[in-house]
Design a protein around this ligand. Structure first.
Ligand SMILES: Nc1ncnc2c1ncn2[C@@H]1O[C@H](COP(=O)(O)OP(=O)(O)OP(=O)(O)O)[C@@H](O)[C@H]1O
Ligand SMILES: [Mg+2]
Length: 580
């Protein structure tokens, strides 16, 4: 709720103006019960048509004032809620982009989409016009109650006790609704996740003929949502029965009290009618709150979920950072685990002098990509220290600025909907056309882009789905080359390329990395042998390091990798020779 008030604070003048407008509308409405008494006690005994016309004119004025005040307030509250939802969505999206990856890894995309797009709507239930009028009906109820108490403290006390008991019952039932709303929200987020995951992996589902299994899983998820909805609607039914019972009993109580006063001639008929009509103002809040209860409860659940996300600390974005970096990298006894039971790196130490090249090789899952992720500051080491130019990366307080100096090619080529050109320009939006074309040439982009009628302006589709894996990879490379970084961090830069493009790309990277620190992950001896230093990983630990020749002389894991790859080459040469 604190966040809601913080969000509303800049708009407090609008909030108070709307409350004032609603108060005017409520006061105008109060004219009806008072006019009935005037009609019965003054106008009717005087048989005065003139007074009746004046009374009707006053009532018409009241209706106009009520309509104008309420509609204006509602329209302004709607606009305010629209602003709040828009601001909250923006805040959530920007916050999620900056949340630490170790936190995001534990959350599903579907859940985050629900939080960012759906949950802000929940606040319209808490800050919307219905709630404003509920607050006002409570206020007018309290005013009427005060008037009643002044007239007869006995009636007031009895009504107070009845209302108090009713309020306890309603509060209990609303709590029950709240406890059913929370699991419903979780089930809906899980279903959202399932849909997102299935749509992203549709090709895999088709190739594994998994449509049936996925359909059944989703059927099960929707069945669970349906059941939870049923539970919720039963609780809502209890609430509506309780509110009708409370209001009905209150009305009987009012007629009983009024009847006694009327019989003993302590009230005129006009006073009796006025009492009955105003007493409806005491009953109205019960109806309003029980009608709004479920919506408000769902809104509160949504707001709590949003709070949880917004309370997660963002990655450091402000402060100083080493600029420009020279590119001297050191790992000092680095240990890292993604989660408690998943150690990815153990006591890893190595250094890469500025301007040199370093290849990281090793089996699948040995921690190669993890090294690059740690160097980018995407995760923090659990133990040990990583330094860039002697500065501990954990102390760099402006990671976005730091990352701008790194050219990063991730293992999975990430593209966004847009064109080939817009994807490459992401690295340097203000780049000239000449630099763009140079980068495209070095990454061998024209080799496929020229085949498309749109050339560089060809759309790539969502996540680059309209391109092949190798083509996506080359776009990633062109991005790195264009950004002209101080340090290049490349995860398998030549994977997915045919032999010819591989050679061309290798040459391009050699040119782009001239004089710069280049750290690249590779499975290819042809790539690794060119590096000044090769680091060999086994199960997250450093198995050996050195130059190509030094490692061959070691006759260790690198030598075995070399033998395996060259034996394949020798074998293929032998087959060719046999054929000839
Ligand atoms: N986000 C993650 N959450 C949890 N564990 C992870 C995550 N990413 C990787 N791992 C685990 O960390 C270990 C190292 O992974 P890493 O991606 O660094 O391997 P790799 O050497 O790059 O493998 P490959 O050659 O297959 O790309 C693996 O055991 C992997 O399962
Ligand atoms: Mg990897």
């Amino acid at each position: 709720m604190g966040r809601l008030f913080r969000l509303l604070r800049p708009h407090s003048s609008i909030v108070f103006a709307n409350l004032a407008l609603m108060a005017v509308s409520q006061l105008a409405r109060l004219l009806i019960p008072f006019s009935s008494r005037y009609l019965l006690d003054s106008v009717a005994p005087a048989h005065s048509t003139k007074l009746l016309i004046l009374l009707l004119l006053a009532l018409c004025m009241a209706v106009v004032v009520d309509a104008l005040a309420l509609s204006t307030a509602q329209q302004r509250v709607n606009a305010l809620v629209g602003h709040l939802i828009r601001d909250l969505r923006r805040q959530l999206f920007n916050h999620t982009l900056k949340m630490p990856l170790c936190v995001l890894d534990g959350m599903s995309t579907g859940e985050l989409v629900t939080r960012i797009l759906d949950d802000p709507d929940g606040i319209s239930a808490i800050a919307g016009p219905a709630v404003f009028s509920a607050v006002l009906s409570l206020i007018s109820g309290a005013i009427v109650f005060g008037l009643l108490l002044a007239k007869s403290w006995r009636i007031g006390a009895c009504i107070f006790i009845a209302m108090f008991l009713g309020a306890i019952l309603i509060q209990h039932l609303i709590k029950q609704i709240g406890s059913a709303s929370k699991p419903l929200a979780q089930l809906q987020a899980a279903a959202h996740s399932q849909v997102t995951e299935a749509l992203l992996g549709l090709r895999l589902i088709r190739t594994c003929s998994g449509e049936g299994d996925q359909g059944r899983d989703f059927e099960w998820a929707t069945q669970k949502i349906f059941r939870q909805h049923q539970i919720l609607s039963l609780r809502e039914k209890d609430l509506s029965i309780a509110s009708i019972a409370i209001c009905g009993s209150a009305s009987i109580l009012f007629i009983g009290f009024g009847g006694v006063f009327l019989i003993h001639s302590r009230w005129t008929p006009g006073e009796f009618v006025q009492f009955l009509a105003t007493s409806m103002y005491l009953v109205a809040p019960v109806f309003t709150i029980s009608n709004l209860g479920p919506t408000i409860t769902r809104g509160v659940v949504a707001l709590k979920q949003l709070e949880k996300i917004l309370n997660i600390e963002e990655e450091a974005a402000i402060g100083t950072c080493p600029a420009p970096i020279a590119g001297e990298v050191q790992f000092h006894n680095v240990c890292f685990e993604y989660s408690r039971d998943r150690r990815a790196l153990s006591m890893l130490s190595f250094s890469v002098p500025a301007g040199s090249t370093c290849a990281i090789v090793g089996g699948s899952g040995s921690g190669k990509s993890t090294i690059l992720a740690l160097l980018c500051g995407l995760y923090r080491p659990s133990l040990g220290m990583i330094t860039m130019d002697g500065i501990d990366i954990r102390e760099i307080s402006c990671l976005p600025e730091y990352r701008k100096q790194l050219g990063i090619l991730l293992q999975e080529a990430a593209l966004f909907s847009g064109t080939i050109k817009s994807n490459i320009l992401m690295a340097k939006p203000d780049s000239t056309d000449l630099l763009l074309r140079e980068a495209c040439g070095e990454a061998f982009i024209f080799e496929f882009a020229d085949y498309f009628p749109g050339g560089l302006d060809t759309p790539v589709g969502e996540r680059g789905i309209l391109l092949s894996g190798g083509q996506r990879r080359r776009i990633g490379l062109a991005r790195v080359i264009l950004s002209n970084p101080r340090v290049l961090l490349l995860d398998e830069p030549t994977s997915g390329l045919d032999a010819f493009s591989e050679r061309v790309v290798r040459n391009g990277l050699r040119k782009a990395g001239k004089g710069k620190t280049t750290i690249y992950v590779t499975h290819s001896i042809a790539d690794a042998r060119e590096a000044d230093q090769i680091i060999v990983l086994e199960g997250g630990s450093l198995a050996e390091s050195g130059s190509h020749l030094e490692l061959l002389a070691n006759a260790g894991p690198y030598f075995r990798m070399f033998s395996e790859q060259t034996s394949r080459y020798v074998e293929s040469r032998a087959i060719l020779n046999d054929r000839n």
